[in-house]
Design a protein around this ligand. Structure first.
Ligand code: PRP
Length: 206
């Protein structure tokens, strides 16, 4: 299943990403903040764990997120600022990494690196700002499923309608939360209107 955010602050930050006058530093800062907001939305139904904390009034029973059961997995490069953002809110979560590069000639995603901790019984959360054709995310989810996590989330910022639908048809059992769904792809498989190339915008390349 997938959900497009209706949060006004989320949409405001998406517009900051679309603006070509947003420099790389502010682009990464907007990605960080968007990721915290999107994870907060996505985790609305996340099971919690009872715990007792010492407060100034003595012991207090609360429900908390079990950070150690979370594994955030950015798809490099553009997912990296998203990881930096969420680890400021949930610093005791684990991290894994997948690197995929789109072959510009074929528009197909190619795996070139992975380093994933044990996912058995864990909640895996993929982080990638862009869902264009959906190919990178579909292959990443297939790979993550082979590691048998308890649940899989995908946090994305901007996607083309067709790409998001294709991910959902291929992997209907994951929780995909996206800030903005745009109408289409152009002939080069870029999201229209989109925001350009998120990796290049974030890291001031090429
Ligand atoms: C972008 C983006 C996704 C992928 C989406 O990465 O961050 O990973 O393309 O395209 P798809 O849905 O058609 O597969 P890119 O290949 O530009 O690499 P980068 O993050 O290193 O810039």
């Amino acid at each position: 299943m997938y959900y497009e955010s209706q949060n006004r602050v989320v949409k405001h930050l998406v517009n900051r990403l679309r603006d070509v006058n947003t420099d790389s530093f502010n682009f990464r800062m907007a990605l960080e903040e968007l990721t915290r907001l999107m994870v907060a939305e996505a985790f609305a139904q996340l099971p919690t764990k009872p715990t007792t904390i010492d407060t100034w009034q003595g012991p207090l029973d609360v429900e908390r997120i079990d950070e150690s059961a979370l594994v955030f997995i950015p798809i490099l490069r553009a997912g990296e600022p998203m990881l930096a953002g969420i680890l400021k809110a949930l610093p005791n979560a684990r991290s894994g990494f997948i690197a995929m590069k789109r072959d510009e000639a074929t528009a197909k995603a190619v795996f070139y690196y992975e380093n994933i901790p044990d996912l058995q019984g864990k909640t895996a959360i993929l982080l990638d700002p862009m869902v264009a054709t959906g190919g990178s995310l579909i292959d990443s989810i297939t790979f993550i499923k082979s590691k048998q996590p308890q649940a899989i989330y995908s946090i994305n910022i901007i996607g083309a309608h067709t790409g998001v639908e294709l991910v959902n048809q291929t992997h209907p059992d994951i929780h995909l939360h996206i800030a903005q769904i745009d109408p289409k792809l152009n002939a080069q498989q870029f999201i229209i209107p989109g925001l350009g190339d998120a990796g290049d915008r974030a890291f001031f390349t090429p």
